[in-house]
Design a protein around this ligand. Structure first.
Ligand code: 5GP
Length: 143
């Protein structure tokens, strides 16, 4: 059951409701994917279930199948779109782990041999770069 402290006005809940803009690359009945505004590398994408939970710890396990099916789709798409050598998948639970937005989400980050990740929640990317990167991913996803 969703944690009673879940705040339905968190930034991702607002993005899911369309109250705040995002660079969406994928959407189905249960899942949305959009660009991270402070990417740890080019093509850093967030995969977010529509169902409300604070993080993995209070999520309905039924969400994990659909969520990770999309994580895999997006991982394959970003790998191809950016010619990456690999893909890092990250997911944080509670402040001690590094979580900063309290709606379950999975980070999908293209990786390049020998290039370290930029800091988590570091620098804002230019909107035009996010638009361009989202277009590349959408092309690979056919969405
Ligand atoms: P967490 O630390 O909770 O795992 O990750 C939250 C992520 O959301 C961070 O990587 C951060 O850059 C990103 N982020 C924070 N605010 C926004 C926003 O308003 N829009 C988008 N698209 N990403 C955000």
């Amino acid at each position: 059951m969703a944690d009673p402290t879940y705040d339905s006005n968190n930034i991702f809940a607002k993005i899911l409701r369309g109250e705040i803009p995002s660079h969406r690359v994928y959407e189905d009945d249960a899942i949305v994917a959009f660009m991270d505004v402070m990417p740890q590398g080019p093509g850093h994408t967030l995969v977010v279930p529509k169902a409300q939970s604070r993080n993995l710890l209070d999520a309905d396990p039924a969400v994990f199948g659909p969520l990770f099916a999309v994580v895999q789709k997006v991982a394959l798409a970003v790998k191809k779109a950016f010619g990456a050598d690999g893909v890092t998948i990250l997911q944080f639970n509670e402040p001690a782990s590094g979580q900063t937005v309290y709606h379950l989400h999975v980070h999908v980050i293209p990786r390049f041999q020998g290039i370290p990740l930029k800091p988590h929640s570091g620098q804002m990317e230019k909107p035009e770069v996010l638009t361009e990167n989202a277009d590349k991913i959408r092309t690979e996803l056919g969405s």
